[in-house]
Write a protein that binds this ligand. Structure first.
Ligand code: SF4
Length: 418
């Protein structure tokens, strides 16, 4: 960014719109691969994978889910962010919010002088971007208004938006084109859902959307469709943040198309699709005015399926490693909590001792400390399951394995010698 104030820049003619930059050049990617591997790889995780994901030492068994950690979209986003710094060695590089929901990865980017810009709304920093600047769009994407502003300022864009997220955007743009309102199952305050909502307005910006999160929200929408709830009550519940500008439920719930944030719980998304379809059929006598499309990404699905599979074997506790604002990680926690004591931990430092685990509580939406006595007794066999969200690097998973082992009197060398 230049030092000029936004006021001065406002008086200048807008810079020329710049093209998106492809930083994926073979020589650059070779260097990036080595650096990324150095930052995030884990010999312990590799070894465990070679043992089918399960290892028993003394009276401690550790089992990893068959699918966990970095997904293809996250790997690509990190590669492109690292490559940006190699291609633009001296240019100011900015990032909209976080590249992914993991503080370790974001810390590494900060060390490369990649500066995070606000993602919830644009501030004057966006007005000050210029042609010398590079802006990285994170894996979740960004609202169309952000991209338009960056392009208008003439800054270069390195777009790391995951292909699976773009698939959702194509779907909601089609809904808008066909006159269907997008009902988006997602978190209204999540980067991806905000970006998807902006695309639900369509290329003509005349589309509509409604964001719902829970089955309670869905029931409310279904009751409205069935004529049991007034317009006022509907708008009072969903307010301005969950609907498109000018949203009128009487007009805009006549034709609806369901889509979802890529990282939601599959079973919940399916239930939502069924409930809304049933409500439309009850109202219209057929489902012509309702479209559904499963937009859960393959990586999220694989991690959820792998956890269900792992839970078939009895375990004493489950550790789910990942950023507290990571949606796909939170859903893994929800799945685990149904079956056994489950702790959502940021990293290994959360396992303070054999008695105490610091973890994120999904109900309270805050970090709390819980007592866990089953790890205490060194004489008793303990079976610990570990999985991680799509934004969690292997080195954090390794640290977690090593921490559990350390507390149970097992050294890293014992694991690697196995
Ligand atoms: S979780 Fe899915 S949508 Fe998100 S980056 Fe990974 S592959 Fe893409």
């Amino acid at each position: 960014m230049s030092d000029s104030s936004s006021e001065n820049l406002a008086n200048q003619s807008p810079p020329k719109k710049r093209k998106r930059i492809n930083v994926r050049k073979p020589d650059v990617m070779a260097k990036v691969e080595a650096e990324v591997s150095n930052h995030y790889k884990s010999s312990v995780v590799e070894m465990l994978r070679e043992h089918g994901g399960k290892i028993t030492l003394n009276n401690t068994t550790i089992k990893l889910a068959q699918q966990f950690g970095f997904c293809y979209g996250v790997e690509r986003a990190i590669d492109l962010a690292y490559a940006s710094r190699k291609v633009f060695e001296t240019n100011p590089i900015y990032l909209i919010g976080e590249i992914i929901h993991n503080q370790e990865v974001n810390r590494q980017l900060k060390e490369m002088d990649i500066v995070s810009l606000p993602w919830e709304q644009m501030d004057e920093q966006y007005d000050q971007l210029n042609e010398n600047d590079v802006v990285i769009v994170p894996a979740f994407g960004a609202p169309t208004s952000f991209i338009e502003k960056i392009e208008q300022r003439g800054a270069s864009i390195v777009d790391t938006t995951c292909g699976d997220v773009m698939k959702v955007w194509r779907r909601v743009r089609t809904y808008a084109k066909e006159g269907y309102t997008s009902i988006i199952h997602g978190k209204a305050g999540h980067e991806e859902t905000r970006a998807t909502a902006s695309h639900a307005l369509g290329t003509e910006k005349n589309g509509q959307y409604l964001i719902i999160l829970t089955l309670d929200d869905t029931e409310f929408v279904c009751n409205y469709i069935s004529g049991k709830i007034s317009d006022e009550a509907f708008m009072e519940k969903f307010g301005e943040n969950n609907v498109s500008p000018g949203f009128d439920p009487a007009l805009h719930l006549k034709q609806v198309g369901v889509a979802n944030q890529t990282t939601m719980l599959k079973s919940e998304t399916e239930e939502i699709q069924q409930l809304i379809t049933a409500a439309v059929i009850e109202r219209d006598g057929n489902a012509v005015n309702c479209q559904v499309f499963d937009t859960i990404c393959g990586a999220t699905q694989e991690r959820q399926d792998a956890l269900f599979d792992m839970l078939k074997e009895p375990m004493d506790l489950l550790l789910v490693v990942g950023g507290y604002n990571s949606s796909n990680t939170a859903h893994l926690v929800e799945i685990g909590q149904e079956e056994l004591p489950t702790f959502f931990i940021r990293d290994a430092s959360c396992i303070e001792s054999l008695e105490q685990i610091v973890h994120f509580d999904l109900e309270q939406k805050s970090e709390i400390t819980s007592e866990y006595n089953n790890l205490l007794d060194q004489e008793t066999h303990v079976f610990v399951g570990i999985t991680a969200g799509a934004s969690c690097p292997n080195n954090l998973i390794e640290d977690t394995i090593l921490r559990v082992c350390e507390l149970r009197g097992i050294a890293k060398s014992d694991i690697l010698d196995k």
